[in-house]
Design a protein around this ligand. Structure first.
Ligand SMILES: Nc1ncnc2c1ncn2[C@@H]1O[C@H](COP(=O)(O)OP(=O)(O)OP(=O)(O)O)[C@@H](O)[C@H]1O
Ligand SMILES: [Mg+2]
Length: 253
């Protein structure tokens, strides 16, 4: 089998907090291949966003190694990493994070300036083609506030794809969408994966996850591959434990 696109070894992240060190990632070993479509599940506060921040070089680990597409991102200086990220990673957020004063097409073009992947005169055309692909070309000259949530998220995905990156990550990208828009967005992610882009999506949406080929679960600071049934059983267990703990606390009062 080909070399993994992402190789993570012994990844540790500890935050210093007023209450003392908080060990969020406790030694993650993981491999993800080119064209994989991965969903990352896990309870709130388990470290999913922290993990994505490490993977995209937005934050630095306490220790461990991460290699993405041959780039040892844990070893290169932040300045080089910023340029690398612009060319290699598309990030989609829950709250879209579009720039409100720019038009839709300008939002999609924004990451192109920095990455230098397209010539200046090509950029608008590339952006319009992406909008066309997501059926929102007719919205190009509007500002984002004039669009529906589903349309705004499609703009954000077009922006994430502006430099044709080999990796797309999403942090609950459908958290603010209705069912239909959310399903459409997941279909788009599946299409990217089919064409060789590696896609990693953090989500709480168990219905959408049913169509995702690989499911990872964040548990006690580590990540394990799981099945939907196993993830559901664990969730039931966690909720039961939570209820028992609250009941005990209730009786103690
Ligand atoms: N910069 C920071 N400094 C201190 N603690 C942090 C920092 N960032 C995150 N944490 C803590 O690390 C833990 C994991 O946070 P993280 O945001 O990664 O969780 P999450 O799995 O993304 O949760 P959610 O599903 O609610 O988004 C939490 O306890 C959080 O409070
Ligand atoms: Mg999070």
């Amino acid at each position: 089998m080909a070399e993994p696109f992402i190789q993570i070894s012994k990844l540790v992240k500890t935050f210093d907090t007023p209450a003392g060190p908080l060990n969020v990632l406790r030694g993650i070993d993981l491999e993800i291949h080119k064209g994989d479509f991965v969903a990352l599940l896990g309870p709130s506060g388990s470290g999913k966003t922290t993990f994505l921040n490490m993977l995209t070089g937005v934050d630095t680990p306490t220790s461990g190694e991460i290699i993405v597409g041959g780039m040892p991102i844990t070893q290169v200086p932040q300045r080089r990493l910023t340029k690398w990220r612009a060319r290699n990673v598309g990030i989609v957020f829950q709250f879209f994070q579009l720039l409100p004063t720019l038009s839709v097409v300008e939002n999609v073009m924004a990451p192109m300036d920095f990455a230098g992947k397209w010539k200046s005169k090509e950029r608008r055309d590339v952006a319009l083609k992406l909008l066309d692909r997501f059926s929102i070309r007719d919205q190009a000259e509007k500002t984002p506030d004039m669009l529906s949530g589903g349309q705004q998220q499609r703009v954000a995905i077009a922006r994430a794809l502006a430099n044709n990156p080999p990796l797309i990550v999403g942090d609950e990208p459908t958290g603010n969408l209705d069912r239909m828009s959310a399903t459409n967005v997941f279909d788009l992610f599946q299409q990217f994966a089919n064409s060789g882009t590696t896609v990693i999506i953090v989500t709480h949406d168990r219905e959408l996850v049913q169509g995702v080929p690989k499911i990872f679960n964040m548990v006690d600071g580590t990540i394990e591959q799981t099945t939907l049934a196993a993830a559901a059983a664990r969730r039931t267990q966690e909720l039961r434990a939570l209820r028992t703990r609250s009941a005990i606390r209730g009786t103690a009062q």
